[in-house]
Design a protein around this ligand. Sequence first.
Ligand SMILES: O=C(CO)[C@H](O)[C@H](O)COP(=O)(O)O
Ligand SMILES: [Fe+2]
Length: 232
Amino acid sequence: MAAPMCGRTCKIGPSILNADLSMLAAECQRMMDSGSDYLHLDVMDGQFVPNLTFGHPVVKCLRPKLPSVFFDMHMMVAAPEQWVGDMADAGADQYTFHIETTDDPARTIRKIKEAGMKAGIGIKPKTPVHLLVPFIDSVDMVLIMTVEPGFGGQKFMADMMPKVQFLREHFPDINIEVDGGVGLATIQECAEAGANMFVSGSAVVNSDNPRETIQALRNIVAEAIQKSQLER
Ligand SMILES: O=C(CO)[C@H](O)[C@H](O)COP(=O)(O)O
Ligand SMILES: [Fe+2]
């Protein structure tokens, strides 16, 4: 049975991880022109995950080119508190760190908010969802990874959906983001489980027609919401 659906707006945020990064600003603009609600920017430090991307200097350069776009920073870094001030200065809107990286998530959340950003907290696939519970009231978003973090283009892990269902059942108003392998074939189960923020990387960026793909993703989400409302 479908989980109760959120009263929140559902949003699609492309990850530009698998885009042509030599044209980062143009790729971001292309995603926004195609109907994205926000941008999901993946920061990797080679320690928390076995890959490297970019950091706050790049975000700082992007900000003036995309002045009103919501930057959702997915911080796959071993020392998340280290970059809070720099990311805020660079113009990040939301800073999502991984619970696995700190002994004191409450302190990290406080630091993010004091820097003027929204706070998100995420978990890797092997991390139990109940560890998020003490922090949910103080964050703006929870992130359920649906692949092992580190690379785009991986296979969606459907066995993460019970985590989303659990969160939606117990926290009807929280923003729940899913990230990894989300596309036309998998977004329905994410929406039915109760997610309302959908990161879609390769499925959108590599599409011949990102506008049509984003619209199709939206339509699937809308149908899933309707279905879950009827089932209630
Ligand atoms: O955080 C990530 C990987 O760690 C990316 O956001 C995610 O993989 C998106 O890309 P795709 O939709 O291609 O899986
Ligand atoms: Fe991500």
